[in-house]
Write a protein that binds this ligand. Structure first.
Ligand code: PAF
Length: 284
């Protein structure tokens, strides 16, 4: 069932809670693909009732980012989510989420601001304010749905670590479940933004996965010097690529690594024909 209203979600949640049912939330921005599908499947396996939110959250996009052109495919999203067993699809408008006519800025709206250490690196460096917007909307979704479990993809690894930190720091009563990256047959990590890529772009985009796999293969052969591992990336890059970062951090707390080890998470962000893509791999 589809609803656009917070009150309707709350009514369902109240009833489900009275029946003692466990509720799962799968927060999404829509344009659902098999990656989201894997989160919904995991939620359906784990919980008695599953809510999928579909909301392109304006406050997590910078002024020059792709908010306006972000793909919106609600009808197909509802079909996919319901087909996998979701009980409720919550697709609010921005007015419904943030208040009618509310100016979306941090001098008029209460924001959740994650710690500087976690946001001043990787995606947060180029997307200033992005994780404030993410944490704010995610906390609102947790509060509206009173969910027992929240499901997030590992592809957005920094996002998941920051949300874990928020849940821990603010004592939010929810258990987070991180789900593995889903890739297509060629190895490309699924992303709603892949819709912006043409055939050549998709081929060029494979460089991200090739770089990460090659780094892991070199690490498995005994190379743990990070500069040497980074060097191996360049053979996969050409004029279609604009590398934003290739970083080695601790998989739990995002601390920079000085040498690679089994707890290392390698993250990459790269523009491919001007489409910003991210991917990551753990070395273990
Ligand atoms: O990962 C996403 O799609 C979004 O950042 C999220 C978690 C749904 C918040 O808008």
């Amino acid at each position: 069932m589809l609803t656009h209203k917070i009150n309707e979600v709350k009514e369902h949640v109240k009833k489900w809670k009275q029946e003692g049912l466990k509720i799962g939330i799968v927060p999404t921005m829509g344009a659902l693909h098999a990656g989201h599908g894997s989160l919904i499947k995991k939620a359906v396996e784990t919980c008695d009732r599953v809510i999928v939110s579909v909301f392109v959250n304006p406050i997590q996009f910078g002024p020059s980012e792709d908010f306006d052109k972000y793909p919106r495919t609600l009808e197909a999203d509802v079909k996919l989510a319901e087909g996998l067993g979701a009980d409720l699809i919550f697709a609010p408008s921005a007015d419904e989420m943030y208040g009618e006519g509310q100016r979306l800025s941090n001098d008029t709206l209460t924001y959740v601001v994650p710690p500087f250490f976690y946001v001043n690196k990787l995606c947060g460096k180029s997307r200033v304010g992005h994780f404030d917007g993410v944490c704010t909307v995610v906390l609102k979704l947790f509060n509206i749905t009173q969910a027992d479990y929240g499901f997030f993809g590992q592809k957005d690894a920094q996002q998941l670590i920051i949300i874990r930190k928020m849940v821990n720091d603010l004592n939010i009563p929810i258990e987070l479940i991180g789900c593995p990256i889903v890739r297509d047959d060629s190895g490309l990590a699924l992303s709603s933004r892949n819709k912006y890529l043409d055939e050549k772009g998709k081929e060029d985009a494979l460089a991200l996965n090739k770089i990460l796999n090659n780094i892991k293969a070199c690490y498995n052969k005994g190379v743990n010097d990070i500069s040497a591992l980074k060097e191996t990336a360049f053979q996969f890059l050409n004029e279609a690529h604009d590398l934003e970062y290739l970083e080695f951090v601790d998989k739990d707390n995002l601390e920079d690594k000085t040498t690679a080890d089994d707890n290392t998470l390698v993250l990459i962000a790269c523009r491919v024909n001007d489409v910003r893509l991210i991917d990551n791999i753990t070395l273990k």
